[in-house]
Write a protein that binds this ligand. Structure first.
Ligand SMILES: [Zn+2]
Length: 347
C-alpha cells in the first residue's frame, strides 16, 4: 500500500497533538553501556530530538540485565542502569522520570518526554523480595518475573534464535510470593518473555490487569515470544494492554516483506481479538542498544522495523491509509497505555 503525503502529514499531526507511548525500549541499558565506554549526555545527544519529533510522551524503559552479569553482578548492573538514566533525566528540562500519576499528567500537560522504569526480568533479586522495596524507592514501577531464561521465580520462553520448544513449568512458590508482594506494592506485571505455564499461573493467582509490553500475536507470526489468542483475550478481559513489537522476528519480516505491512497485519489481528482499547505500541527498538554493545569481531544484527524513532508515524499513517478511524488510532498510539498507567501508578 502506498501511503499518501496527506496521511503522513496527518499522522505526524496526531502524534504531536495526542499522547504517544512506547511501552518498551532497553534505554537504561544502552545509556549504561555507553556511559561505561566513556560517552556522556547520551539521552540528549542520541535520543531526545528523535523522541520529540515522533511526538513521544511516555517511554517505558526496561532495566534489562545481560546474561554475563548474572548472578553476582546482576543487582549492581541493574542499580547502575537506574542511577545513570536518572542522572541523565535530571540533567534535562524536557525529560521527566514518571513515578506517579501526577508525573504522567504533567508530562501530558506540558508535552514533555516521560520515562517510566520497569524491570525486564527479576533475576537480579534472586528470591529476595526486600529488594523490590529498594527498586520501588528508586522509581521502578513494574516488572516481568523473568527474561528469556530460567530463574528462581519463573521460566522464560526461549530466545528467538534458540530452538522453539515451549518449556513447561509454572511459577515457583517464590515467584508466586513475589507476584503477591508486587500487587501489594502496586507494581504492574508484564508477561512478555514468560512461558505459557507461567502466564496461566499468573492468571490464576491475580485478578489485577497485567500487560504484555512488547509481544505480538503467535497466530500471525508463530514465534514463542508472541502471545496466544487466549493470552491476549485474558489481558483484554482484565483491562490490560498489549504492546505491538517492531522486531523483525516477532513481526515476521525477518524472511523478507515490508516491515510496516507486517506490523499493521499484526496490529489489525490484535485489535480484532483483544479490542481497540487493549492494544498499543511497545516497539522494543533494539538497534541503538546493539550498536552500544562492545564487540570485537561479531557483526551487528539489526532487527527494528524503523530506521530510527522519527519513522514511527509512518505506521500510524499506514493505519490511516487502511481506513482505521482517527479515534481508534488515538487510542492505539498512546491513549490506551495512558489509561492503564493512570490506573496503576501511585498517587
Ligand atoms: Zn524483551
Amino acid at each position: 500500500m502506498i501511503i499518501s503525503e496527506r496521511n503522513l502529514q496527518r499522522a505526524v499531526e496526531l502524534h504531536q497533538t495526542h499522547p504517544v507511548v512506547d511501552a518498551h525500549m532497553d534505554l537504561a541499558g544502552e545509556i549504561l553501556l555507553r556511559h561505561q565506554a566513556g560517552e556522556v549526555n547520551i539521552l540528549r545527544r542520541l535520543h531526545m530530538k528523535d523522541f520529540k519529533q515522533s511526538g513521544l510522551n511516555l517511554l517505558v524503559s526496561s532495566i534489562y540485565v545481560e546474561d554475563n552479569k548474572l548472578p553476582e553482578m546482576g543487582l549492581r548492573n541493574a542499580l547502575d542502569q537506574i542511577a545513570v538514566i536518572r542522572r541523565e533525566i535530571d540533567s534535562l528540562n524536557d525529560a521527566v522520570l514518571v513515578e506517579t500519576k501526577a508525573d504522567l499528567q504533567r508530562v501530558l500537560d506540558e508535552n514533555r518526554v516521560g520515562i517510566l522504569l520497569y524491570m525486564e526480568g527479576l533475576e537480579c533479586i534472586g528470591t529476595d523480595e526486600l529488594l523490590l522495596d529498594i527498586l520501588w524507592q528508586n522509581g521502578v514501577r513494574g516488572a516481568s518475573l523473568v527474561w528469556s531464561r530460567h530463574s528462581a521465580l519463573a521460566i522464560g520462553v526461549p530466545r528467538v534464535q534458540a530452538e522453539q520448544i515451549m518449556p513447561a513449568g509454572g511459577l515457583s512458590p517464590q515467584g508466586i510470593s513475589v507476584v503477591r508482594y508486587m500487587e501489594e506494592k502496586g507494581m504492574f506485571l508484564d508477561i512478555s518473555h514468560l512461558n505459557d505455564d507461567g502466564v496461566a499461573d499468573l492468571a490464576r493467582i491475580t485478578d489485577r490487569p497485567y500487560v504484555a509490553t512488547h509481544s505480538n500475536a503467535r497466530t500471525i507470526t508463530p514465534c514463542l515470544r508472541n502471545l496466544t489468542d487466549e493470552q491476549m483475550r485474558e489481558i483484554a478481559a482484565r483491562g490490560g494492554v498489549i504492546g505491538l513489537n517492531a522486531n523483525k522476528y516477532f513481526s515476521g519480516f525477518d524472511r523478507g516483506g515490508d516491515p510496516i505491512e507486517a506490523m499493521a497485519k499484526q496490529l489489525q489481528y490484535m485489535v480484532e481479538l483483544a479490542g481497540i482499547a487493549h492494544v498499543g505500541y511497545g516497539f522494543d527498538m533494539i538497534d541503538s542498544y546493539e550498536r552500544a554493545v562492545p564487540r570485537l569481531k561479531q557483526d551487528i544484527v539489526l532487527s527494528d522495523a524503523f530506521s530510527d524513532y522519527t519513522q514511527i508515524p509512518v505506521l500510524t499513517a499506514y493505519l490511516l491509509e487502511s481506513g482505521m478511524a482517527e479515534e481508534d488510532i488515538i487510542a492505539l498510539i498512546g491513549g490506551n497505555w495512558v489509561r492503564y498507567f493512570m490506573e496503576m501508578l501511585p498517587e
